[in-house]
Ligand binder design. Structure first.
Ligand code: SF4
Ligand code: ZN
Length: 329
């Protein structure tokens, strides 16, 4: 039997990168303490600030909401912002869990739906992509829309910061993907705190789980019995590339414990250089919707345009088919 390094009980959590061996109680203590240190080290939360937490109903956002509430609710106001992408049978179930957690913690929440705010659900986006693969991936639309609505939600509730549930694995996958893509401008925008560069209307984002491995987040949410949805993955997921990096990094971590933390530390050392050399477009506001952007039209409007054009092309194709059919007869 392997004993917990802090008491004589049996160790249930073996963390080879430390190495650390913890019983359940001391694992929870260790995990919570690390999140507290992450928030302090990166100056994520200042007393009196209002924090909007993006809640999806999954284990990451449930853990983020629970811990921020536990650590800061005495001096900070915390409110949840939920995004309903319009993915039936998936997000509706997850949001029900998210709402249950908010109720348990007495935290106010607001739900923003793609359909209501942007007039298109992800189900409809998926249908269009199925008809025309040239549109790109479902996730490329979903990510742009989600960031926009999370920011809108935070502005609406008067929040100073938006907390998201990104964990160590998410961050390290993004670092590697950008490195392999030679996209250093994008890589420079990663990190524990993503500032607003002083742009009015853009709320800085913080990632309290930035140094917490995914496996440990799963264990924490389960041991704490936090309401969260874990039955299945998004049926519209098109993140083949991210999955490839996830698999590669998990294999490396299994053979070379500590790899993920090493990648994160290397990135942190590089970040000041990346920020100096990255191209920073001048902050401005979208000519059409007023969103903060660096180009004349923001990415949300550009993505919506793609869908509208697709609708027009589909209509034209339908007309053409009808004409052909008429000619035949
Ligand atoms: Fe959206 Fe892709 Fe996430 Fe599904 S997997 S919720 S489509 S970003
Ligand atoms: Zn716009």
């Amino acid at each position: 039997m392997v004993s917990c390094e802090r008491c004589s009980k049996e160790a249930k959590m073996l963390l080879p990168y430390g190495p650390h061996n913890f019983c359940e109680e001391h694992f929870l203590y260790f995990f919570e303490n690390r999140v507290r240190r992450t928030t302090r080290k990166h100056g994520m939360v200042k007393a009196g600030e209002k924090i909007a937490v993006g809640v999806s109903g999954g284990k990451d956002s449930a853990t983020t909401l629970y811990l921020l509430h536990k650590m800061f609710s005495r001096v900070n106001e915390i409110e949840a912002v939920m995004i309903d992408e319009g993915i039936p049978g998936y997000r509706d179930k997850a949001l029900a869990e998210g709402k249950a957690l908010c109720k348990e913690l007495c935290i106010a929440f607001t739900v923003y739906s793609y359909k209501k705010e942007l007039a298109v659900s992800m189900e409809e986006v998926k249908e269009k992509i199925d008809l025309n693969s040239g549109l790109g991936s479902t996730c490329s639309f979903c990510g742009v829309f989600r960031r926009h609505l999370l920011n809108k939600g935070a502005v609406d509730v008067g929040a100073d910061r938006i907390a998201t549930g990104h964990n160590l694995d998410d961050e390290v996958q993004s670092i590697c993907m950008n490195f392999f893509d030679n996209d250093f401008s994008r890589m420079a925008r990663l990190g524990a705190v993503v500032g607003s560069n002083g742009i009015k209307g853009l709320v800085p984002r913080i990632k309290p789980l930035y140094e917490s491995p995914e496996k440990e987040v799963i264990a924490f949410a389960a041991l704490k019995e936090l309401p969260h949805y874990s039955d299945e993955c998004c049926p519209f997921s098109s993140q083949a590339k991210r999955n490839y990096f996830r698999e590669m990094l998990n294999k490396m971590e299994a053979n070379l414990p500590g790899t993920k933390f090493s990648v994160l530390r290397s990135f942190e050392q590089l970040k000041p250089l990346l920020e100096k050399t990255a191209e920073h477009g001048k902050a401005r506001y979208c000519e059409r919707c007023g969103n903060a952007t660096t180009t004349s039209t923001c990415t949300v409007c550009l993505k919506l345009d793609q869908l509208i054009l697709e609708k027009k092309v589909a209509k034209k194709q339908k007309e053409k088919t009808l004409t052909c059919a008429t000619t035949k007869y």
